[in-house]
Write a protein that binds this ligand. Structure first.
Ligand code: EPZ
Length: 417
């Protein structure tokens, strides 16, 4: 199994190009199930395992998927299946997003209920309640959920929490249902706006995607489309936080500052100089970060996906910081590994108190999930000495060519197989 060997303590400098967003590409690729016409999705982070898994999911449902560079072409081969295979869903929870398009088109879908994962229980009740509001019936059978509705109908739906996945699933279903569906208390993440733009290209009328009230007017037949996926704000944020921890000056090319305002504001308060233009963000950091407390929240709040890297940065701060996680119930697995590198962190329930130290030291450590892995890389880059990071496959789910991109910033990183 791959490991990353990182010799830390080198200031970062240079330019790194951000990939297309994983969390935007996944629902957009799955939304191609809404049409029989060909679709071309560009700027996909095709080196990521989750994108490959999505391609397998689409193929298992009857599509043909051709990947060339960062472009993914999705074609029809005949009729689609309405049952998602368990061995794919268990590898990637986002597979549950196939339920919306398939239910809306065929009136029936069977999907395995995704189990919990390292960061939380992650139920899908909000998705299911929404489908019920649209007239679907559900039965549970042998670990699967079967949803049926001879004719799904447009509805007014209010989510009890602005779930990203539920908002996407319901938008996709609504796109194929004539009439006007309104999703209130919808997630406002930029990835939702990107999905909305794709659904519009397919022929649905979408307004308010990226706000708390999304309206979708569906069409019985949707056409094919070409779409360019938005840049990955979480990847961009990770490299900026890494540069704040290891110090130096970096430019993240292709990133949009407007998607990362809460993070850029927090970075500025640490003492980093941050500048962003239409398609880049630059960060310069020459000192130890000041302590800046964050509490994660749905967009436009501080993203839960950057909480772990932020904690890694705060381990080096000049004081005490509180980091609160309000989105997932178990997203502090990185704390214990950071402690192995000399960090001082006390976790209690949904909050962690971090006492900054002057230096971390390299250590053998292990990634427990994707963003925990990213946090450990941030710490390793700033630490004195060598870190060997195991279970890099978690990192490979969300960061394309991580060692090459870090090397472009002057880091001493190698992958060992
Ligand atoms: C998306 O997950 C992202 N994944 C996650 O990225 C991200 O952390 C998360 O949104 C929050 O921003 C993709 O886009 C593929 P949610 P999702 O539904 O849609 C609870 C990463 O590191 N909830 O907004 O699954 C849930 O348990 C990943 O790239 C319910 O209770 O997130 C969680 O506590 C990991 N019932 C909270 O809501 C439901 O029906 C947020 O979940 C749905 C969710």
């Amino acid at each position: 199994m791959d490991r990353l060997i990182i010799d830390g303590g080198v200031a970062l400098s240079g330019r790194v190009l951000v990939s297309g967003s994983k969390n935007a590409a996944l629902p957009i690729l799955i939304a191609t199930l809404l049409t029989d016409d060909p679709c071309l999705v560009e700027n996909c982070p095709t080196a990521l395992r989750d994108i490959r898994t999505t391609a397998r999911l689409l193929e298992s449902l009857g599509k043909k998927v051709d990947i060339e560079g960062s472009s993914v072409r999705v074609l029809s081969t005949g009729s689609l299946k309405t049952q998602a295979p368990y061995d794919i869903v268990k590898q990637m929870r986002a597979s549950v997003l196939a339920a919306g398009p398939l239910l809306a088109r065929f009136g029936l879908v069977r999907v395995p209920i995704p189990g919990g994962c390292a960061i939380g229980l992650r139920p899908i009740d909000i998705h299911l309640k929404g489908f019920e509001a649209m007239g679907a019936r559900r039965i549970a059978d042998q670990g699967d959920i079967i949803l049926s509705a001879p004719k799904l109908k447009a509805a007014e739906i209010r989510l009890r929490f602005p779930s990203v996945g539920a908002t996407e699933n319901l938008m996709m279903a609504a796109a194929a249902v004539p009439g006007r569906t309104v999703i209130r208390n919808a997630a406002r993440e930029p990835e939702i706006a990107d999905l909305g733009a794709f659904l519009e290209r397919l022929g649905a009328k979408v307004s308010g995607a990226g706000t708390a009230a999304v309206t979708v007017e569906g069409q019985p037949r949707l056409r094919g489309a070409r779409h360019r996926v938005m840049p990955d704000r979480i990847e961009a944020g990770t490299y900026l936080i890494a540069a704040a921890a290891a110090r130096g000056k970096v430019r993240v090319q292709g990133a949009r500052g407007g998607d990362l305002e809460a993070v850029l504001a927090a970075l500025r308060r640490t003492g980093a100089k941050v500048r962003s233009g239409r398609d880049f963000i630059e960060l310069e950091m020459r000192e130890r970060p000041k302590p800046v407390a964050v509490s994660t929240a749905p967009y436009p709040g501080f993203p839960t996906d950057l909480q772990a890297p932020w904690m890694a940065l705060m381990t080096l701060s000049t004081g005490f910081t509180k980091v609160r996680e309000t989105v997932f119930e178990n997203r502090f697995m990185h704390a214990a590994e950071l402690t192995r590198m000399g960090a001082q962190i006390a976790v209690s329930g949904a909050a962690a108190v971090v006492a900054g130290v002057e230096r971390l030291s390299g250590a053998p450590i292990m990634a427990s999930d994707l963003r925990a892995g990213a946090a450990l890389i941030v710490a390793a880059l700033a630490a004195r000495g060598r870190t060997v990071l195991q279970r890099v496959y978690h990192v490979d789910r969300g960061y394309e060519a991580v060692e090459r991109k870090l090397a472009a910033l002057g880091a001493r990183v190698e992958r060992a197989r």
